[in-house]
Design a protein around this ligand. Structure first.
Ligand code: ZN
Length: 393
């Protein structure tokens, strides 16, 4: 038995909400945790020093296998000592498998039993991604948490399509596990001699539950994924065009069936209210592009709901974006100044809004964890949602 790459323990529970600790070789990660998305080896618009600062204190970020594999490519990252060293980030990294990105290409990809063929958006070349390739790429990246290669069914898939997709995902999960285990045994040659980043037995692998919006398929997918056995379990294929109520139905049904002694990860979700509501149902891990992407388009997430800095009403408003936020942007700058930067097309607007948005998401999770520890989560949840939707500025 190899040593486990991560250890997870639940520290406190309040209803179904729980707070815990993931111990990885790159530090401890308190859960529930929000993971900023670093698609192409960068959390867009923010420096790593900021991610590490007390303001944000992100313990783990996400990298995208698909994007990094196409550009700069695995040879480059391997030659530079793996993804951590390449980007200059010593804390934990989770990489997705590329399954979702390839699936998002729609008609531009062809799915077979073997894997998925598609054209690169970078240079138009024909590429092939399979469970084995996805494991090899993530081994070379050296991420701390690796995701299995899965297939996602559209939110409104027919029963047959959803079943076919779920069964393919189950077979791909087994192939992912087999290749991953072989790679961990072999160790990964990162092209450096000192061996500091030798990865043998030190990556964790998470399985992904699929099955579109159908309860029976989701349950079967979870059973088949548990049978294979993983370090953590993720719910994939939600927030892909289905109704919100349908998403909650799936989460209500599946989360209680997920192993309690491993982290539960809801992929690609969501808004601040989604995070709090999913925590209430027992979810531990989240990632989403919303704080960074919306920051670049002028949208701020605040404790009183969304705020669009473009709006003329902020032209001479000297209040911070969020009067209850303690982040360095809210401590220093006004809505009026941020609006001025945004309408002038200054890149600082994106940088400052991204920083505040990440601070808001990460601080919300910090407060969620505190409230679970003190047994006040139900009250926190009620007041948080009330304030968000009260819509007073
Ligand atoms: Zn702020």
């Amino acid at each position: 038995m190899e040593k486990a790459a991560i250890k997870f323990e639940v520290v406190a529970q309040n209803g179904d909400a729980r707070t815990g600790l993931i111990k990885s070789r790159r530090g401890e990660i308190e859960t529930p945790v929000f993971m900023p998305v670093g698609t192409a080896g960068t959390v867009k618009g923010t420096r790593f020093e900021q991610l590490e600062s007390a303001d944000l204190d992100a313990r783990i970020i996400l990298g995208n296998t698909y994007h990094l594999w196409l550009r700069p490519g695995i040879e480059t990252i391997r030659a530079c000592g793996g993804l951590h060293r390449f980007i200059g980030w010593e804390r934990a990294l989770l990489t997705d498998s590329g399954g979702f990105q390839v699936w998002s290409l729609g008609k531009l990809r062809k799915i077979t039993e073997e894997g998925t063929e598609f054209r690169s958006h970078v240079d138009g070349s024909l590429r092939f991604l399979s469970p084995e390739v996805a494991m090899e790429v993530q081994a070379a990246l050296g991420s701390d948490i690796v995701m299995v290669f899965d297939e996602c069914a559209p939110g409104k898939a027919t029963s047959e399509d959803a079943r076919r997709s779920m069964e393919l995902t189950a077979r791909w999960a087994r192939r992912s596990r087999t290749r991953f285990d072989a790679l961990q045994r072999e160790g990964v040659d990162l092209g450096r001699t000192e061996g500091r980043d030798g990865l043998s037995g030190e990556q964790a692998l998470f399985g992904i539950v699929q099955g579109a919006t159908q309860g029976d398929l989701r349950t079967e997918s979870l059973e088949r994924t548990r049978e294979i056995g993983f370090d953590g379990y993720a719910i994939g294929g939600l927030s892909v065009g289905e109704e919100k109520s349908v998403m909650w139905d799936v989460i209500d049904q599946i989360v209680p069936l997920m192993p309690a002694d491993g982290p539960r990860y809801l992929m690609g979700v969501g808004t601040p209210e989604d995070l709090v509501e999913a925590v209430a149902r027992g979810v531990d891990m989240f990632d989403c592009v919303l704080p960074t992407r919306n920051g670049r388009t002028g949208q701020a997430f605040t404790s009183r709901g969304k705020l669009n800095v473009k709006n003329a009403q902020w032209a001479a408003d000297d209040r911070p974006l969020d009067e209850s936020c303690q982040c360095s942007v809210c401590m220093r700058h006004s809505r009026a100044y941020l609006r001025h930067l945004h309408v002038s097309g200054e890149m600082l607007a994106s940088i400052l809004l991204t920083h505040h948005n990440l601070a808001f998401f990460l601080d919300t999770m910090r407060r969620v964890r505190q409230s679970i520890r003190s047994g006040d989560f139900p009250k926190f949840r009620r007041e948080f949602i009330e304030r968000l939707t009260a819509n007073g500025e």
